[in-house]
Each structure stands twice: as structure tokens, then as C-alpha cells.
Design a protein around this ligand. Structure first.
Ligand code: ATP
Ligand code: MG
Length: 375
């Protein structure tokens, strides 16, 4: 994936700018609070149509403006010989209207334009993937799988809709048959979601461990799926349906008491462990700061690997000042790993030129001050 042009209109503090990207990428250098993260946020917006920092769309419109627009032109496919497409997104504050287009054509559903850009963003906030609660990790799973697993997003959306109805019935204290009327649909969509998650986690744990150990030069780490449903021995989407069905039966008293559905993909988690001879350590409970950051980084690398494997695309790598907090040895090994594994275009930010470490000699050096980029 190669980004060649980016047009910005009133996104955060970035004003109105049109930029041409060199094929290797860019190092954007500037003081704190000048707009470096905003710039990566704008690029990544074209992949998921939301802020990677979890900001609401309203917050992305420049102060005093009504509409922002971001448009990027990128070449995809092997060796970037494939299709060139322009992906654009605009948001109007007043009507809270979001408009997305690919080559000027609005898709019927936003989901169809998701993932056209193929990018992965590494940022200091990634450590929340390890430190945060299960919700954080589910959001990560949903993002990776929505972008890389056909049918995942629609199954997830269907599941959420049915779950909301079912929970409303439980909360109102409706009879069992009213609640159970939702089961069929919930099991169908929920099994697709859970089956995709299980496959991705189990298929990716080896790669996750490899990345982790390369950077830490120490213990191995792994990730395991922790669903709320007993899923050992589940080997197909049908068996997953059966597992959810059983769990729903077993939890019917509990869900009555709690007034909400207590099993299903909305209660899943992913555990990140450090492997030890006697007993595995949960990184969330026992990991050091550096170990957690390493695990978060490894998760992003697995995300990039997924894009290469599933979409046959070399992702654009966005690095938001990420090596600041790793020790010398770890950051050197991350850099080595990046150079080997991520041959694609890189856009990185750093407060000082001396902090530009990845592909230093290949990247164009741009500067940013008060949102203005000079190339
Ligand atoms: P650091 O090095 O500290 O991470 P940064 O260069 O990454 O800094 P950003 O987070 O990109 O900084 O930008 C922060 C600036 O953007 C702040 O000064 C903030 O006031 C401004 N800003 C944020 N949202 C908007 C908006 N909607 N309109 C105008 N300016 C905004
Ligand atoms: Mg920043």
C-alpha cells in the first residue's frame, strides 16, 4: 500500500494542505502539541473512518469550522502495481453527517469502504490494550477482524442489534419465551463472531510470541482466547453455536437475576501471558511497564502480519513517537524487526530529529509547527 497524496481540510489543527508523499515515507518532526498525532489520525481515519484515539468525529473538526474533509490517494496490490484509488471522508458537525467515498462514489454502506487503505498505527496509547479491561481488547479484535475477515462486521452488527433487544426484554422482566425468541439469531451471529476471534487468536499466537521474544530477548509470550462460553474442543462454527446454546441454557437463572445477557462475544477477553516453566504470568497483572509496551507492540505487529496474510497487502506503517519508552536494547530490536518485517511505506512522528530511528536515511524529513507542514 502506497499513499501518494493527502488532502486535508479543517481536520483538527491541520488547516488546509495538500501533500505529496515519497514512496518510502516521511518522518514528521515537531515540538509537542504541533499536530503530529493529528496528522497520523487524519491518515488512519481513511482506514476505519474513526479516530484511532477514540475521539468523536465532532472533535476532529477544526475549532470554528463546520466540516472536515480528508482525502488520500493510494496504490494497492503486489508491489503497489495494483489499483490506484482515492478514499475520502468528510464530516459535518451540525447535521452529524459522515460521508465516505471511494473514487468519488459513495458506497451503500460505510463498511464497504473500510480497510481500503491498509494501514497499521503504533502509538503510546497502545499499552491500554494490555493494561485496559476486556472491552479494550474486544475493540482491538473487532477492528482487526472487521478489516480482515469477510462477513465479520455484518455478523457483529447483527449480534449487537439482537443483543440490545434481548437485554431490553430481560430488563423489562419479560417471560422466558419472549427472551428466548432472540436466542436463535443471537446464536447464529454470535457464533460467527466468536469463531472468527478464536481462529485469529489461535492462528496468531505463534507469531505474537515470536515477535515478543525477538524484542524482549527473554521469555516468550502468548495470547489465548477467553470466551465466556465453554469452547474447548470447538472446531467449527456449528460447534460454536452449540456451545453458546448450552451456555445460554446454563446461565438462564443468572441472566434473569442480573437483567442482562451474561454469555456471548460481548463478554469475551484475550489473555496475554508470559510463558514460564511452572506457571504463566498474566501480563496485565504482573508485567513490567516495558513488558506491557512490548506486548502491545507485538499485537500491532500481528495486526500488520494479518493484513499481509489475509489481504496480500503490505500495510502502510504509522508510528506515533513509539520508541520513547523502551530501553535501548528493546528499541533497537524493534527497529531491526520493523526493517525486516515491514518493507512498506512508513510515516512516523518524533519530537526531535535525533529520535527518528526507523529507516532514517530513506525517509523524507518534514517539519510541523502549529499545524503547518513544511516538506
Ligand atoms: P505531542 O508531541 O505532545 O504528542 P502532537 O504534535 O502529537 O504533540 P497533537 O496531538 O497532534 O500534538 O495536536 C495537539 C494540538 O491540536 C493541540 O494544540 C490542540 O489544541 C490541537 N487541536 C486538537 N483538536 C483540535 C481541533 N478540533 N481544532 C483545532 N485544534 C485542535
Ligand atoms: Mg502526539
Amino acid at each position: 500500500m502506497r499513499l501518494s497524496r493527502l488532502a486535508l481540510r479543517h481536520f483538527r489543527n491541520l488547516g488546509s494542505q495538500d501533500l505529496e508523499f515519497p514512496p518510502e515515507g516521511v518522518a514528521l518532526v515537531g515540538d509537542n502539541a504541533q499536530g503530529k498525532s493529528n496528522f497520523l489520525e487524519a491518515i488512519y481515519y481513511l482506514e476505519t473512518f474513526r479516530s484511532f484515539r477514540g475521539a468523536r468525529d465532532e472533535q476532529l473538526v477544526s475549532f470554528g469550522e463546520e466540516v472536515f474533509r480528508v482525502a488520500g490517494t493510494a496504490a494497492s496490490g503486489p508491489l503497489e502495481q495494483g489499483r490506484v484509488a482515492e478514499v475520502a471522508a468528510a464530516f459535518e458537525r451540525k447535521g452529524r453527517r459522515k460521508k465516505v467515498s471511494v473514487d468519488g462514489v459513495e458506497p451503500e454502506r460505510l463498511g464497504e469502504a473500510l480497510g481500503r487503505l491498509a494501514a497499521v498505527i503504533f502509538s503510546p496509547g497502545d499499552v491500554d490494550l494490555v493494561n485496559g479491561g476486556p472491552k479494550e481488547r474486544r475493540r482491538f479484535l473487532d477492528m482487526v477482524l472487521s478489516l480482515n475477515e469477510p462477513g465479520y462486521l455484518s455478523a457483529l452488527q447483527e449480534y449487537k442489534k439482537i443483543l440490545a433487544c434481548r437485554n431490553a426484554s430481560l430488563k423489562e422482566g419479560y417471560s422466558g419465551s419472549v427472551v428466548m425468541a432472540w436466542n436463535q439469531g443471537m446464536i447464529g451471529s454470535g457464533a460467527k463472531v466468536m469463531w472468527a476471534r478464536k481462529n485469529w487468536i489461535e492462528g496468531g499466537t505463534q507469531t505474537f510470541g515470536d515477535y515478543y521474544v525477538r524484542v524482549s530477548e527473554n521469555a516468550r509470550a502468548r495470547m489465548t482466547y477467553r470466551p465466556s462460553v465453554l469452547s474447548t474442543g470447538v472446531n467449527s462454527v456449528d460447534e460454536m453455536s452449540e456451545a453458546i446454546r448450552r451456555a445460554l441454557v446454563d446461565s438462564s437463572d443468572r441472566e434473569r437475576r442480573m437483567g442482562t445477557t451474561v454469555v456471548g462475544p460481548h463478554r469475551d477477553d484475550v489473555r496475554l501471558h508470559l510463558e514460564r516453566a511452572d506457571d504463566d504470568l498474566d501480563l496485565r497483572d504482573y508485567g513490567s511497564g516495558g513488558q506491557r509496551r512490548t506486548a502491545a507492540l507485538a499485537l500491532r505487529l500481528v495486526e500488520a502480519w494479518t493484513i499481509r496474510e489475509r489481504r496480500s497487502e503490505t500495510p502502510l506503517i504509522l508510528l506515533d513517537d513509539v520508541f520513547a519508552e523502551l530501553d535501548q536494547g528493546r528499541s533497537e530490536r524493534v527497529l531491526e524487526l520493523m526493517e525486516e518485517e515491514e518493507p512498506g511505506q512508513v510515516v512516523l512522528t518524533a519530537p526531535k530529529e535525533a529520535d527518528v530511528k526507523v529507516k532514517k536515511d530513506e525517509l523524507a524529513l518534514w517539519r510541523i509547527s502549529e499545524g503547518r507542514i513544511t516538506t
